[in-house]
Ligand binder design. Structure first.
Ligand code: HEM
Length: 483
């Protein structure tokens, strides 16, 4: 069976090796097809290259390829229930997995009238097996929401946590810089620690929920939430959207492809036997702490370049930024409350301001990095590989579950402190549902997995999860053959 038959309609470009510069690698071996035809019915038969699709990534020419079909979304952009901004961020590519990871089959019928041709070849890995698992799971979970009379995005209680975190950030900011803080040696530094923690928590709540469109059905609310997060933390939510929503949720734990997990060569960590071993990995069980702790500061330095200049996050293409997508006022607000006010109004030295922010950033980094890595970087989960024909020989939904590790189910603190990411498998299947409902639907997900023979990875306690993560770093730090 050749690759064209296997995938139905997509001829997959054979891949030499799986490495960081995925896109360039594959683009280099693309032959060009013949010229496309004119308009009308014939146009539907037109073969379109991935280069043409990638060049059509603005509101003026918004094309997207999904499962081998190319759509011109010019008249759909304004009608997208997920909002114009998210749509314009994900067009101009083979968005098969971006689309399928957050829409159900019923959505696809809407797209038919926008079809303009078929994709000649793709530059994205393809999951080749398709099971009934996702369809059945969605049917059961949506039936549950109907039975309780709730919309999966309807969770007003989330406002309480969002509010607590913003207030905590504001109070600790005051503790770091106000005149009250000058009467105590310990207070500003203790406040900086809590400030860093609250910034990380805002990542798990405000950034995460609003980029996944999981709180309310109103695109303007998601945009407003993201602007609040950007103004407080100084980070660009769009960069994270590409890393996490477009990169990680589509190719979870896929070696050399998932940008959330550091599975690249050369990279800071060796976490899989498919990656070449490097001498410094022997120390990774110790230096993880340093590597994780610079996460936020390096983001603050690099994001601008990635979004506005490189237009790429690792291998994930970043589309031209829409005017509505980036709020320049956010940067102004951030630098004003982070540096200008403490210097001009509270009269701290630049060195002290930098030192306090560094403490906050380090705490934020370690907390964020640990929680995000715990559920995916360990020896219990699946690490899907892309084969030489650029295929992943499993069903996407099955791999979402098997590449995740859950812990602390039914416990309040692990759930609250991780932004419900201890329900990682549930999150990967229903990222667009509010995290508020994960504990309620976890039972349905587990039962369905059992019925379909899908492995659901689960550990009782948070500490045990930390232990297996560290054990994994230790194991893959050792030279192959000595493991
Ligand atoms: C590859 C680009 C995308 C395409 C082609 C696309 C297309 C669609 C289509 C056809 C629908 C159904 C419309 C209807 O039923 O009238 C839909 C719904 C929706 N989309 Fe997208 N979308 C894309 C990206 C995104 C992204 C990136 C997000 C959010 C992060 C998103 C969020 C939503 C939401 C929340 C809905 C409503 C779902 C529902 O109520 O079932 N979409 N999209």
């Amino acid at each position: 069976m050749n690759s064209q038959e296997t995938l139905g309609f997509i001829e997959v470009v054979p891949k030499k090796t799986v490495e960081t510069h995925l896109y360039e690698d594959v683009l280099a071996v693309h032959p060009r097809p013949g010229k496309g035809q004119a308009v009308g019915r014939e146009q539907n038969q037109r073969q379109i290259t991935i280069e043409e699709v990638e060049a059509a990534d603005t509101a003026k020419k918004p094309w997207v390829a999904i499962r081998g079909k190319v759509y011109d979304l010019t008249t759909f952009v304004g009608k997208h229930p997920g909002g114009k901004d998210f749509l314009l961020a994900t067009i101009g590519r083979d968005a098969t997995m971006v689309y399928e990871s957050m829409h159900s089959d019923k959505n696809t019928a809407v797209l038919n009238k926008y079809k303009i041709g078929t994709l000649f070849k793709t530059n994205m890995p393809q999951y080749v097996k398709k099971s009934e698992f996702k369809k059945e799971l969605e049917k059961r979970v949506y039936a549950y929401f109907t039975s309780i009379g709730k919309d999966p995005k309807d969770a007003p209680w989330m406002l309480l946590t969002y509010g607590i975190l913003v207030v905590t950030f504001a109070v600790t900011y005051y503790g770091m810089f106000s005149r009250v803080a000058q009467y105590s040696v310990i207070l500003p530094w203790a406040a900086a620690v809590v400030n860093g923690w609250s910034a990380a928590m805002m990542g798990f709540y405000i950034l995460h929920d609003f980029c996944h469109s999981s709180f309310t059905r109103r695109p303007w609310v998601w945009q407003a939430g993201r602007r609040v997060y950007e103004s407080i933390t100084g980070l660009i939510s769009l960069a994270w959207f590409y890393q996490h929503v477009v990169g990680h949720h589509t190719f979870t734990n896929v070696i050399g492809v998932d940008p959330d997990i550091m599975v690249f060569d050369p990279g800071p960590f060796g976490v899989h036997h498919e990656l070449p071993w490097r001498g410094y990995y022997i120390l990774q069980q110790y230096y993880w702490f340093i590597a994780y702790s610079q996460f936020i500061s390096s983001r603050k330095l690099l994001e601008w370049k990635q979004v506005f200049y490189d237009r790429r996050y690792i291998h994930v293409k970043i589309n031209p930024v829409q005017m509505s997508e980036y709020f320049w006022g956010a940067a102004t607000l951030y630098y004003t409350h982070h540096y200008v006010l403490p210097f001009t109004y509270f009269h701290h030295s630049i060195l002290r301001i930098l030192a306090l922010h560094t403490v906050s950033d380090v705490i934020c980094s370690i907390y964020l990095a640990l929680i995000t890595q715990l559920s995916h970087v360990n020896s219990k989960v699946e690490w899907p590989e892309v084969d030489s024909e650029y295929k992943i020989n499993e069903d996407w939904a099955v791999l979402q579950i098997e590449a995740s590790l859950d812990y602390g189910h039914g416990e309040f603190w692990p759930t609250w402190l991780s932004g419900s990411l201890n329900y990682q498998a549930v999150h990967h299947m229903f990222p667009h549902a509010s995290q508020y409902y994960y504990p309620e639907i976890a039972g349905i997900v587990k039962d369905t997995c059992k019925e379909y023979g899908v492995r659901y990875n689960m550990i009782g306690s948070t500490w045990e999860t930390v232990r297996v993560h560290m054990q994994h770093l230790r194991l893959f730090g050792e030279k192959p053959g000595l493991r």
